[in-house]
Write a protein that binds this ligand. Sequence first.
Ligand code: FHN
Length: 685
Amino acid sequence: MRLKRSTAYFLVVMLLGTLMSCSVQDQIESTVQSEDARMEWWREARFGMFIHWGLYAIPAGEWNGQTNHAEWIRTTAEIPLDTYDEFLPEFNPVKFDADAWVSMAKEAGMKYITITSKHHDGFALYDSKVSDYDVMSTPFQRDILKELAEACRKADIKLCFYHSIMDWHHPDYLPRRNWEKERSAEGAEFPRFVDYMKSQLKELLTEYGDIGVLWFDGEWEDTWTHEDGVELYDYVRSFQSDIIINNRVDKGRQGMQGLTAEGDFKGDFGTPEQEIPDMGLPGIDWESCMTMNDHWGYNKNDDNWKSAKDLIQKLSDIASKGGNFLLNIGPKADGTFPQESIDRLKAIGSWMKVNSGSIYGTSASPFEHLSWGRVTQKALPSGTRLYLHVFDWPTDGKLRLSGIRNNGLRAGLLSSPSTMLEIERDNDALVITVPETSPDPINAVVFVDIEGTPEVVLPPQIIFEEEHFVDEISVELRHDKDLTIRYTLDGSLPTLESPAYSEKLSIDRSVTINARLFENSLALSGVSGQQLTKVEMQKSSSPRNLKQGLAYRYYEGDWNQLPNFKTLKTKKQGTLPDFDFSPRIEDEHFGFEYNGYINIPENGAYRFYTSSDDGSQLFINDQLVVDNDGLHGMVEENGLTALSKGYHKIRVTFFEKSGGDGLIVSWKGPNIPKNEVPSEVLFKQ
Ligand code: FHN
């Protein structure tokens, strides 16, 4: 059959298109598969050891009588380079024993170790051929990372490196610390620093065996760009194609909550720091890194240790949300771990010896909030094993797993797996009869095997504006299943006798609303609950002679938290339309206090927000509403207050130490969606 040229051409294009689309589809699938293959050991591992170690272990957090320093000490104590380098001849950790470190990690149930090859101070813990600022320039004269690599290999523990992009030592790194006035940036070339950093990374990726993860950090300064991050990600993968790289290689990390912003940012996992996401994040790999006390590097005065109970429950909480836990050790200058760290590792290890199956290779809970603990899950050939991490043991011996439609096949305790426990069905719940006393008061794990994959019926959503309200509040109960929602307002369990929800509720008093889904005479879901509190409004004031704008005062100083500005000398003052920095003189080490009145349009509960780098606070009528103090990246905090229509005093304080800076003041209220406080509602006398 002869085809017109155009038809033949069209068919060829279609054929190519099909081939292409298949190949594109194949590419996508193969990329996902290769990504999954690469991440497999990491997702299985769930638990790793972070190690922050270097010259800073010598001062151990103390300098000139101040004791709150750690791995940042060169900057937080403003130690000139040549003074800091006097630590080099003191670094001699004669008690360092790589096998002992690795053994403690392994005994604790950790599957990988992430150690600082180089932190912000620029000092390398290994024998670098491209720098003398390394362990070979100290009395120790041993390649610590080489010894650790061998110890990890023997123990089948993955070795991973933390490598800081920010470098306070290399002459080509920019910017200089702003207090380092005497350290000229003359002749510094940042691209030359990037080449140096790549040379060190090449050493680490070609001379220390297979590396599990490259954990970048210090990516936040403006000299490091998204383009640099993309290039560095590919550069690292060119040496070890299966290596995993965190999201701090690029510029997509969103502050300390650590997840990657929308966009084409590089990084295989998110890095929440000192915090755990509220909910699981389906399809997103993330790892929460945390200290055991308040410092990453060793601080001999820091006795604020998290309990073993807290750390064990955090491990379960993180795993129940599908994340990894990277728990930090800050070794001492002699090469040993602090005893408090050793004790906690041992306690975690004892728990993991019995319960590691509920952590390794598990995935996130199919349930939302459970009052008694957390859930992880693992596929079985015949269905699914649910691990119930019970923090609060049921006093009646009945452990209730609400809202699950699957049948329970068997149940038992990980601490005595041969003893089967009785399972019965009560409406929406599987109820497991458990021993009177918990086998592990910190976190006892009950396993329940079910048919198939979990079919969970979540409780109804309780939708409302704010949990505090002034006159009355409208509440909607919602569920994606078109069935009956029954509710109570006194905190009791909704039953068949409870009222059925039909339209929005108008509540004019404080209540505890509970809601549950029913199908005919059977409860299908667990209970969702919400406390709604009626509050008294703060009365407005009647200031006279108001003019548009805010009064500001500008200060300069080096703080790690908000100072009491009233005790400081004002450098500048005047009027501004809103919370801006335009009057500032310095780019760093400065602060502002803004005072005025905010015109509240109607009675109601108002939520205020500050997003700032570094710290900020917001006061209404001299009452603290938002506390966002401290050294941090752009982080948002909020607070709620009930205000009557009219003028209310507002005060916002802010400080910037160094690096990035910013302040955004927002609000949300009746008929006001969350947005920046507009200048039109700000006034001063
Ligand atoms: O500045 C570092 C800090 O010293 C520490 O290494 C933590 C660990 O994730 N990361 C940075 C702070 O976000």
